[in-house]
Ligand binder design. Structure first.
Ligand SMILES: [Cu+2]
Length: 134
């Protein structure tokens, strides 16, 4: 007789724990599964070294967190990775794979066209990409 209400109390408490856990998992999962907003790879094509990648990033769908770029240098010497309109300037070592976070406040909202280029070697081909608000 006594064990029945105790049992249901325990069930309810464990349900609360499970639901809390599920909520926490759901809150963090999209951030983790969405690894990067754009990927850039330094490659050599037809004798020209270039940053390849980009695409279109939708800031409205992205939400409030920083943009995350995955930057990979497949070449045998270091290359610069700079985006003036996002206050990004990094040097990527040969073979290095780097995640770069850009706070939304660093992004120039006056333009939707952005350009990732190598500031170490001006001749290297840049990658153009778009950031939209819709
Ligand atoms: Cu370079």
């Amino acid at each position: 007789m006594n064990s029945k209400p105790n049992m249901s109390l325990w069930t309810r408490q464990s349900l609360v724990v499970v639901l809390t856990f599920a909520t926490v998992v759901c809150a963090y999962l999209p951030v983790q599964s969405l690894q990067e907003d754009a990927k850039f790879i330094a490659i050599e094509q037809d004798g020209a070294k270039m940053w390849q990648g980009g695409g279109t990033i939708n800031l409205k769908a992205h939400g409030a967190g920083p943009l995350t770029f995955k930057v990979i240098n497949t070449l045998t010497s270091e290359h610069g990775f700079a985006i003036d309109s996002m206050k990004v300037k990094e040097v990527i070592k040969p073979g290095e794979e780097k995640m770069i976070d850009v706070p939304l406040t660093n992004i120039d909202k006056a333009t939707s066209k952005h350009r990732a280029y190598c500031h170490l070697h001006p001749k290297h081909v840049s990658a153009a990409f778009l950031v939209t608000m819709k």
